[in-house]
Design a protein around this ligand. Structure first.
Ligand SMILES: [Zn+2]
Length: 393
């Protein structure tokens, strides 16, 4: 994929679908623009395969899957690489772009629509190509002996590079698909694992809004949430130290009390199977070790939540929480030490707030969605009001 171009667009748009949780400093970009759901990249450093350790993989796609699909829309890209190269590019672009905000946004929107369109073309030799002319980027699949599609390469600026599909998933209604791709051909980047989310025949419509004092993930007052009156299953995937499991259960109960009957989070401590974070049919909370999400040695980012949005129904279709054990170590926080119970509990409550659809609150009211680790781990008036406003009606 031509990640650099997408990053360039995403860096200018400033809408965090993926929410970093920094302890010592935080992103300059705290108030996303309303209803802007452009793809955003989150990157980190370390062996990116740590992120999928122990997961059950589906590295091929049923051959008939694309029979009725001729075009896909790029929804989101999340890339993790060994050297942290993309993070540095993104930061530089943010600095470049910060001086030129304002008019031109409408043009950006139109350009983005075009950039995000991928054609799905069958070739005479039975291979399949997903391609964006505007991006100059594509994915090439071939059929294996079991008549399934496997990824052979990515195309970027007329160059073809070897790539491997780690995992494919799709929602039951085929409206969303995700591909998890492994690449390792550029020594500057090292190994990378990239999740690419596409939508299929989605008609984008404006979301309902409520009071803009409430900061939601897709903009102030812009209502994107999980389908109501349902259970939101969240699996603890991989091995989580005991204190974390207890914190997750506490956070589940705390948020469930605030949600009343609108939504019920159901934490499963021992899922039968774990699939990679890109999987659209499982929501995981994973404690990841040996991998940094904040490349600056003076900062630490304890948690990270990735949500994927449906721009037609204005619902989340997937969400995963990462707790970054190596970031705790970097900040000299021993996550097993009872002295840091509060830090851990706040981290989990905060990330679960993101999963439910809340963005950061830095503007005044005391909130678990700020970065104050001196707070008691509980929901404050703002948090209760914001979640009630989001899940009202
Ligand atoms: Zn956060």
């Amino acid at each position: 994929m031509n990640l650099r171009q997408i990053i360039k667009y995403a860096a200018g748009s400033c809408s965090f679908l993926l929410v970093p949780f920094s302890l010592l400093f935080f992103a300059a970009c705290s108030a996303p623009k309303p209803n802007k759901t452009s793809p955003i990249i989150r990157v980190a450093m370390g062996d990116p395969q740590k992120l999928i350790e122990g997961a059950t993989l589906t590295p091929e796609i049923p051959a008939d899957f694309f029979d009725d699909i001729s075009e896909l829309q790029l929804v989101n890209i999340v890339s993790f690489d060994e050297k942290g190269e993309y993070q540095l590019i993104k930061r530089n672009l943010e600095q470049e772009n910060s001086a030129s905000k304002g008019p031109g946004d409408a043009v950006d929107e139109a350009m983005a629509e075009n950039l995000l369109k991928f054609s799905v073309e069958r070739e005479a030799d039975d291979s399949l190509i997903m391609n964006s002319d505007a991006l100059g980027a594509g994915l090439v699949f071939s059929k294996n002996s079991a008549a399934q599609f496997t990824l052979t390469s990515t195309i970027s600026e007329n160059r073809q590079d070897p790539a491997k599909l780690l995992h494919f998933s799709a929602t039951a209604d085929k409206r969303f698909i995700s591909l998890l791709i492994y690449e390792n051909h550029d020594p500057k980047i090292g190994a990378s694992v990239t999740a690419i989310y596409f939508s299929n025949k989605i008609k984008k419509t404006p979301a309902a809004t409520t009071d803009s004092q409430y900061y939601f993930l897709n903009g102030p007052g812009v209502k994107y949430r999980w389908a109501q009156n349902k259970t939101l299953d969240l699996d603890i995937c991989g091995s989580a130290p005991d204190p974390f499991t207890n914190d997750v259960l506490l956070a589940q109960n705390t948020w469930n009390n605030a949600l009343k009957t609108k939504l019920k989070i159901n934490v499963n401590k021992t899922p039968k199977e774990t699939r990679p974070f890109s999987d659209l049919n499982q929501r995981c909370l994973s404690v990841i070790d040996g991998y940094l999400s904040e490349p600056d040695p003076r900062a630490a980012s304890f948690g990270m939540t990735l949500n994927v949005s449906d721009d037609e129904k204005h619902e989340f279709i997937d969400g995963d929480i990462f707790i970054m054990a190596s970031e705790f170590k970097k900040a000299n926080v021993d996550m097993m030490n009872p002295a840091y119970d509060q830090t851990r509990k706040i981290t989990v409550l905060h990330e679960m707030g993101h999963l439910l659809g809340l963005d950061h609150q830095f503007d005044g009211p005391v909130s678990i969605m700020g970065y104050d680790f001196s707070l008691t781990p509980m929901l404050y008036d703002y948090d209760q009001a914001a979640i009630s406003a989001l899940y009202a009606d």
